[in-house]
Design a protein around this ligand. Sequence first.
Ligand code: ZN
Length: 128
Amino acid sequence: MGKKVFFKIKVIKSLLNYFKACHPNEGILLLRGKVKKDKIVVEEVIIPPFSEGAEDFSTFNPYHLPLDFSIIGSAHSHPNGVLKPSLTDLTHFYGFLMVIGAYPYEDEKDLALYDKEGKRIIFGIEED
Ligand SMILES: [Zn+2]
């Protein structure tokens, strides 16, 4: 990818809290942020309007979304604790970043970032 990816602390907290609240179901969020010259900063998460009751990432349909170019990726949880994307995840990739959160969603070590090829990206954390 070339650019280093950073998450605001509040984004990390929102992801973990949301995934905890959804457990044992899978939670889905979208990532908003800015692509800068030298880095990508994830600044905000938004709840997809249609995701209520969705229990599987395959029900995610990006065409229900308002056209918004600041959405740079998605995040979802794996209640089974597996910190890796499934084949379905990679075929339903939205944007260019994917975060997987694995149970028990305690801290950033329970979050992993992947690119479109399913390669893990090490991310940094920025102060809000
Ligand atoms: Zn998944």
